[in-house]
Design a protein around this ligand. Structure first.
Ligand code: MV4
Length: 450
């Protein structure tokens, strides 16, 4: 096992990783920017090293500065958390070249799965259902239009290097194909420096369901069931839950097995999330795989009782995943609300500033992940997510009820947060009746200026 780990991240995830290290008797080193010097995780770490100014490019994305800190602190491994360098294959490669374990997949599998065209091919080979679409990248407009007609409109053109909704265009007919194709390509070049695009049937009003997977160095791969992340606004998740409330046990097992097959085909190691779209008939289609631990991972921890961050560290250190799939049981329902320092009344604009009031909820089945404290300062330089509130209860109805109470107990002021927005969603008839999809929030609730 490692004796010292560097955490190349900030905020609540830095604390989350630090706590896992402590339970494994591993010393933690954090890196921080000048803007974060007073953060709780900086004080709590065994060692803290300032790596540069507030701007992420000069600190949390600054590979030479982070590697220097790792060398100075003499760590065995680096945990990247999520965001920042978590899916940067070059960073993983630099770590390897420096003899530091990157707690995550190899740069090779990161590159393969990061390329959506390659990921689709891999999934297909593994007999994981993919959305009907092009064999590979589309290069010839005439052929692509022919394929669009075979599949049937509407279709969606996506950037191979894409993600988070950038470089996507929905096309409804032959007439509008050309301009969508050209603009998707141009956006892909501008955003990712890679103009490769592919084509898929457009699944209307899908749910977003993702499977949590973990793989060790010896080919053992297990899943920790699925999360439903359909409650999103502009590709930002607001509420996640496990299990997906609309699929039966048989579908669930097939879906999770399909995710495992795709990950095995990538020769993958460490944590992965396999994303699917679930259509009206509960058919599921692979869309992409994320090569990091995700923000919403605690939802899966609550329903399975497994510490996923500890598993990440253990498998990276070469331990075997000594658990059998049949021993990973799904217990009850967990819901997470992301709490962002944003003002829902002003189109979710960021709301940084000092935190004068901070009262945290508690009670049976309540979990709070946050780096805030009374007197903390929320910096405008970083992501606006400042806390995650989770509940675990036997049923979805009880989990919703528990979450409503906990959200009302949570006081963060004077800054504005998404707490009231979460309360509105949880009390919505359609949310309670499981009648939501990825378009629900923008269609039915928060559809201000587009
Ligand atoms: C789709 C789709 C419908 N059909 N692909 C959006 C981000 C990227 N991860 C994939 N996305 C979508 N791909 C096909 N073939 C609809 C979306 C989509 C979406 C997906 C997941 C969660 C929220 C979403 C919001 C809008 C569109």
């Amino acid at each position: 096992m490692f004796s010292k780990i560097l955490i190349a991240n900030r905020g609540e995830v830095a604390l989350r990783i630090m706590r896992a290290c402590r339970e494994l008797d591993i010393k933690s080193v954090v890196v921080y920017s000048e803007a974060d010097k007073d953060q709780l995780y900086v004080k709590m770490a065994d060692q803290a090293i300032c790596i540069g100014p507030a701007a992420p490019a000069k600190s949390y994305l600054n590979i030479p500065a982070i590697i220097s800190a790792a060398e100075i602190a003499d760590v065995d491994a680096i945990h990247p958390g999520y965001g920042f360098l978590a899916e940067n294959a070059h960073f993983a490669e630099v770590c390897r070249d420096c003899g530091i374990v990157f707690i995550g997949p190899s740069p090779e599998s990161m590159n393969t799965l990061g390329d959506k065209v390659q990921a689709r091919k891999l999934a297909k080979k593994a007999k994981t259902p993919v959305v009907p679409g092009s064999e590979g990248a589309i290069t010839d407009e005439k052929e692509a239009i022919k394929l669009a007609n075979e599949i049937g409109y509407p279709i969606i053109i996506k950037a191979s290097a894409g993600g988070g909704g950038r470089g996507m265009r929905v096309v409804h007919n032959d007439m509008s194909f050309r301009s969508a194709y050209l603009s998707a390509q141009a956006e892909a070049v501008a955003s990712f420096n890679n103009g490769e695009v592919y084509l898929e049937k457009f699944i209307e009003n899908p749910r977003h369901v993702e499977v949590q997977v973990m793989a060790d160095k010896y080919g053992n791969v297990v899943h920790f069931y699925e999360r439903d992340c359909s409650i999103q606004r502009r590709h930002q998740k607001l509420i996640e839950e496990s299990p997906c409330p609309v699929i039966d046990q048989e579908t669930r097992e097939k879906l999770c097995d399909a995710a495992i097959r795709a990950i095995k085909a990538a020769n993958y190691e460490n944590a992965a999330t396999v994303e699917f779209l679930l259509d009206k008939d509960n058919s599921y289609y692979f869309i992409e795989a994320n090569t990091r631990i995700q923000v919403e991972h605690p939802v899966s921890e609550l329903v399975t009782g497994h510490d996923l961050i500890k598993w990440q560290i253990k498998v990276a250190a070469g331990e075997k995943l000594n658990i059998k799939q049949k021993d990973i049981k799904l217990n009850g329902c967990a819901i997470e609300c992301r709490i962002n320092a944003e003002n829902p009344a002003t189109n979710f604009s960021p709301c940084p500033g000092p935190v004068d009031e901070f009262v945290v909820p508690g009670g049976f089945g309540i979990r709070v992940e946050t780096h805030l404290y009374q007197g903390a300062y929320i910096s405008p330089n970083y992501d606006s997510m400042v806390a995650k509130l989770l509940v675990h209860q036997p049923t979805r109805e009880e989990a919703i009820k528990s979450m409503q109470g906990a959200l009302k107990e949570f006081k963060i002021g004077p800054i504005k947060t998404t707490i009231p927005a979460s309360l509105e969603i949880l009390s919505h008839d359609m949310y309670q009746a499981n009648q939501v999809d990825t378009g629900f929030i923008e269609r039915e609730m928060f559809n201000d200026s587009k």
